[in-house]
Design a protein around this ligand. Structure first.
Ligand code: FES
Ligand SMILES: [Fe+2]
Length: 462
């Protein structure tokens, strides 16, 4: 059992000494948009979380019954199904859907279950002119209307109307397609606020999925997603990024119930390192070696005398992205060309903001409380005037394959392997915990607390 509610004497006001986000805003070579100067931290108490939230089949069942059907779930990207008849099989938390492009360009999500005797209609994404059940051949059009029942003379009790495939609500924003099982009355726009306002600068609708890798991780879906909600594990888990990462200088913001942000500065020295004997050029060199989104060590970026690593690296990225994408980056702040803007949308969707190639995470229980399908996409900007290419298919890693074996991830593969090395042992530890408690930092782990506060709101519903 969790101990009684505990208050922190500092109420979450303590911050890491040294460089602050305000210092970096002031030093940026471009004017920062208002929302990136915003502080939206809220102290939410310091009580421990019960480990059963991650390990109990009963808790998992409550999530399946009370939470998943009422939330907007990121089901597909537009470029996964560009043409009419394209279909994505999206499965999660005991449901299966056919997310289908219609002839008029709209998208519908049907339950992927034959209304005869219940076979799944499709097992894989692809193209289909109709949905024909492989058991007895009941067939539906891609708009969900009934097309054919073999031996229809035996089914005079089944009207076309009754045989329409059931649908989930669909919402679209920024090149992302979402679905929601129940009609909760909350539109996608309300659910995502204020995220769409922020992403107006970064236009994910102009991007396509250039890299897409997935793997099943043997830990609870919340434990896996929470490993990406704070930056301060870098001090031990990712020591190679400390030379260019303000890990403990990260800004954390929360908004409403569904959206939060970790803004981790790059091209600055970690406050954990002694700056003595570490010139600005060294910060840039390490950034190029290990950042993973920066372009690789073959890039030659020199820090001119009197400039910081941040200024020099941002100027190089500004020029490079303008050239390689054909989009004007003259308004892009240094922060948007360097830093990790990791947004999370409750419960399992995390798109990165900024102008570097944007990482997008999704986590789904696979299929229960002990395992997770983690997917990593990297979106790149499509040059103006060019047709958006179809998404690459997901590269599903096998049980024994490492993230670094996915060559397309570059230096990020190693970073994910470092994260994943912890997670099965987190799950094992949570199961055998003596105290039955998880303890959180008041500030750096506020996004985890925010997530659980929202989850509790769904679970408390009658
Ligand atoms: S179960 Fe689908 S046609 Fe019989
Ligand atoms: Fe990590």
């Amino acid at each position: 059992m969790a101990r009684d509610y505990e208050e922190s004497p500092s109420h979450g006001t303590a911050r890491c000494p040294g460089t602050s986000w305000d210092d970096l805003v002031a030093a940026d070579t471009k004017p920062m948009p208002g929302f990136l100067k915003e502080k939206s931290y809220e102290y939410m108490g310091s009580q421990p979380l019960a480990t059963a939230r991650y390990t109990s089949p009963d808790f998992f069942r409550q999530e399946v019954e009370r939470m998943w059907p009422d939330v907007w779930q990121f089901a597909a990207r537009e470029e996964d199904l560009p043409d009419p008849g394209d279909v994505v099989v999206y499965e999660n938390a005991g449901r299966s859907y056919l997310v289908t492009r219609q002839p008029d360009g709209s998208v519908k999500a049907f339950h992927n279950v034959c209304l005869h005797r219940g076979r799944k209609l499709r097992l894989e994404s692809g193209y289909s002119k109709d949905f024909k059940c492989p058991f007895h051949g009941f067939t539906w059009n891609t708009d969900g209307s009934l097309k054919e029942i073999p031996c229809r003379w035996d089914f005079s009790h089944l009207t076309d109307e009754k045989m329409q495939l059931p649908e989930a609500r669909v919402g679209r924003w920024g090149g992302y397609i979402f679905l929601c099982e129940n009609d909760t009355g909350v539109s996608l726009e309300e659910y995502l606020a204020p995220l769409p306002e922020h992403f107006k600068r970064w236009k994910h609708e102009d991007c396509t999925t250039a890299i897409y890798v997935g793997k099943v991780i043997h830990a609870n879906w919340k434990a896996v997603s929470e490993a990406f909600m704070e930056a301060w594990h870098s001090v031990v888990t990712h020591p190679q990024i400390l030379p260019f990462t303000g890990d403990a200088n990260t800004l954390y913001n929360v908004w409403g119930d569904n959206v939060n942000l970790a803004l981790t500065p790059f091209a600055v020295l970690s406050p954990h390192l002694d700056p003595k004997g570490k010139p600005e050029q060294w910060i840039v060199d390490e950034f190029l070696k290990y950042n993973g989104r920066a372009g690789g060590p073959d890039l030659d970026v020199k820090v001119p005398a009197g400039q910081t690593a941040r200024e020099a690296m941002a100027a190089a990225n500004r020029a490079r992205y303008t050239e390689t994408t054909g989009h004007d980056h003259s308004h892009a702040t240094d922060a948007e060309l360097l830093d990790a803007f990791v947004y999370n949308v409750f419960p399992n969707f995390a798109p990165w903001g900024g102008f570097m190639p944007n990482i997008v995470y999704r986590w789904r229980p696979w299929p229960d409380q002990d395992s997770t399908l983690m997917e990593v996409r990297i979106l790149t900007r499509v040059p103006p005037g060019q047709k958006k290419p179809r998404a690459v298919p997901m590269h599903m890693l096998g049980e024994d394959e490492t993230w670094s074996s996915a060559a397309e991830l570059g230096a990020l593969g190693n970073v994910f392997d470092q994260d994943m090395a912890n997670l099965p042992y987190v799950q094992d530890g949570l199961k055998v915990s003596k105290t039955g408690e998880v303890n959180l930092g008041d500030y750096q782990e506020i996004r985890i607390r925010h997530f659980h506060r929202t989850l509790d709101k769904y679970l408390a519903k009658i």
